[in-house]
Design a protein around this ligand. Structure first.
Ligand SMILES: [Zn+2]
Length: 133
């Protein structure tokens, strides 16, 4: 088994809301099951909560099937695209990211780094709203 953790999981965002509703199985986002340790590390050095969130979010989200306003092109996963999500979708995405961060914090090789649990990036309250940048 690889020493690189590349497990991902797909999370449903509900019914397709892309133009023309092309996704019969609904819209989804795919995330790494554990936020990469390096991203959590980098996020801890970030200056603001918003910056921390983007670092972990962009390292954690690996795909989604969301289409642009014309319903033709997949939207690349960028900070701008995350900003542009509607509040409900943003909340779903940020909750999923926080769960992955929490999983990343719980990786077996993170044992002994007990201070991580009190990190500013920790996902103690995944339902807490993320500050708007
Ligand atoms: Zn869709």
């Amino acid at each position: 088994m690889s020493r690189f953790d590349s497990l991902t999981k797909r999370i449903s965002l509900g019914e397709c809301r892309c133009p023309g509703t092309p996704h019969a199985d609904g819209d989804w986002i795919e995330l790494r099951s554990h936020t990469p340790w390096g991203a959590i590390f980098n996020a801890e050095a970030a200056d603001s909560l918003a910056e921390q969130f983007y670092i972990v979010a962009l390292a954690t989200i690996v795909g989604w099937n969301l289409l642009d306003g014309d319903g033709k092109e997949p939207v690349p996963i960028t900070q701008q695209a995350i900003d542009d999500l509607d509040p409900e979708t943003f909340r779903q995405v940020s909750t999923a990211v926080h769960v992955a961060v929490d999983q990343g914090n719980s990786l077996p090789n993170a044992r002994g780094a007990s201070s991580r649990r009190s990190s500013r990036v920790s996902a103690e309250s995944p339902t807490q709203p993320i500050p708007t940048p």
